[in-house]
Design a protein around this ligand. Structure first.
Ligand code: AHG
Ligand code: MN
Ligand code: MN
Ligand code: MN
Length: 336
C-alpha cells in the first residue's frame, strides 16, 4: 500500500528541500528559491539536449572557451540558461562557470547571499553521439553579499553548502546533497517535476569497476599504473575488476555512486594537475562522494581540503567507494 500512497503523494524536489530547510529555524526559503532556479535551468537544458538534433543546435559555435576548447552550441546555450536563471533568482551574488573566463559579479540590486560554481554542460565531446551528458554545480554562502570579492569563491570544497548534478541520460536525473546525505530525483516528463526516486544514496563500500582514461597510461605516476595493473591482475587472488569509462564525468560518477567502484582523473607527466576543474567538477563530485560514504583523494590528500588559487584551476582526483580509494592511497603511501 505504500506504493499506492507514493503514487498520489509525490515527493517533488521542491517539497523535499522545503522539508529539509524547515529544520533550520532561521531559514527564510532563499535556498529553496535558488534551487528552484537551478532545477529550471536543468529542465531547460534537458529539453534542449533531447531536441538537439531537431533544433540544429549541434555542432561547433565557432568560439573557443577559456580552456582552449572549441565550444559546442549546446555549451553556449546551457551557460546562458544557467547564468540567466541564477541571476534572476535574486539569490546569488557571484557565479563561476566553466564557459566564462571571468567570474560574474551580480549587480547589487539583484544580489542574494549565494555563490554558485557550475559546469553548464559536462561531457560535451559526447553530445554528437547521443551519450549521457550533464550539469554540475556547487553552492557556497558569501560572508557579506555587499562586499563580495573573488576570494569569496576561492574557498575549499569543505565549505560548500550543497552540491549536485543533473544527468541528461536515458532518463533525466537530479542528484543533490545539502550536507545530510545524497538524494536522487528523476524527471517525470509528463509532470515536468523531479520526483524522489533514489532516497539516501549510499555508495557500496567496495566495488568491482574502475573508470579511467587508459589512453593516458604512458604518462601516469607509478601508484596509478600499479593500482590499475592490480585491477586487472589482482595480487590477492580476487577477481579482476571491470573497466567502464563514458568520458562524461557526470555519467561516470553517477554509475560509481550507484554501483560502487572508482573513478580517476589522476595527475600525469604531461598534466601534473590532471584535467578536471577544481571548483565546478572536482569539488561538487567529491562532496557528493563523501556524503554518500565514499572518499575523494588527489594523490596527496583529501580533495575537499584544497584551497583554490584560481577559479579555473585543475586538480587530479581519485574518488569512489571507501575501500577502493583506501587501496589507491596504499599504493601512493608505498611509493613515498
Ligand atoms: P567538459 O565537457 O565539461 O569540458 O568536461 C569534460 C571532462 C569530463 O566530463 C570527463 O570526465 C573528461 O573530460 C574526459 O576527459 P578525457 O577525454 O581526457 O578522458
Ligand atoms: Mn569543456
Ligand atoms: Mn566538465
Ligand atoms: Mn562543460
Amino acid at each position: 500500500h505504500e506504493g499506492e500512497a507514493k503514487r498520489t503523494d509525490l515527493m517533488t524536489i521542491t517539497r523535499f528541500v522545503l522539508n529539509e530547510q524547515s529544520k533550520y529555524p532561521e531559514s527564510r526559503g532563499d535556498f529553496t528559491i535558488l534551487l528552484n532556479h537551478i532545477v529550471l535551468g536543468c529542465k531547460y537544458v534537458c529539453s534542449a539536449v533531447n531536441k538537439a538534433g531537431l533544433a540544429k543546435l549541434l555542432g561547433l559555435a565557432g568560439e573557443t572557451n577559456v580552456q582552449g576548447e572549441e565550444q559546442k552550441k549546446l555549451d553556449v546555450l546551457s551557460n546562458e540558461v544557467f547564468v540567466n536563471a541564477l541571476i534572476s533568482s535574486g539569490r546569488t551574488c557571484l557565479l563561476v562557470s566553466e564557459e566564462l573566463e571571468e567570474a560574474v559579479f551580480v549587480k547589487p540590486k539583484q544580489r542574494g547571499k549565494y555563490i554558485v560554481v557550475f559546469d553548464p554542460l559536462d561531457g560535451s565531446s559526447n553530445i554528437e553521439c547521443g551519450v549521457s551528458i550533464g550539469t554540475i554545480f556547487g553552492i557556497y554562502a558569501a560572508k557579506d553579499k555587499d562586499k563580495i570579492t573573488l576570494d569569496d569563491v576561492l574557498q575549499p570544497g569543505n565549505r560548500m553548502l550543497a552540491a549536485g548534478y543533473c544527468m541528461y541520460g536515458s532518463s533525466c536525473m537530479f542528484v543533490i546533497s545539502t550536507g545530510h546525505g545524497v538524494n536522487g530525483f528523476t524527471l517525470d516528463p509528463s509532470l515536468g517535476e523531479f520526483i524522489l526516486t533514489h532516497p539516501n544514496i549510499k555508495i557500496p563500500k567496495k566495488g568491482n569497476i574502475y573508470s579511467v582514461n587508459e589512453g593516458n597510461a604512458k604518462n601516469w605516476e607509478k601508484p596509478i599504473t600499479e593500482y590499475v595493473d592490480n585491477c586487472k591482475f589482482p595480487q590477492d587472488g580476487s577477481s579482476p575488476k571491470s573497466l567502464r569509462y563514458v568520458g562524461s564525468m557526470v555519467a561516470d560518477i553517477h554509475r560509481t555512486l550507484l554501483y560502487g567502484g572508482i573513478f580517476m582523473y589522476p595527475a600525469d607527466k604531461k598534466s601534473p594537475d590532471g584535467k578536471l576543474r577544481l571548483l565546478y567538477e572536482v569539488f561538487p563530485m567529491s562532496y557528493l562522494m563523501e556524503q554518500a560514504g565514499g572518499q575523494a583523494f588527489t594523490g596527496k590528500g583529501r580533495a575537499l581540503d584544497l584551497v583554490p588559487k584560481k577559479i579555473h584551476e585543475r586538480s587530479p582526483v581519485i574518488l569512489g567507494s571507501y575501500d577502493d580509494v583506501e587501496h589507491v592511497k596504499a599504493f601512493y603511501a608505498a611509493s613515498k
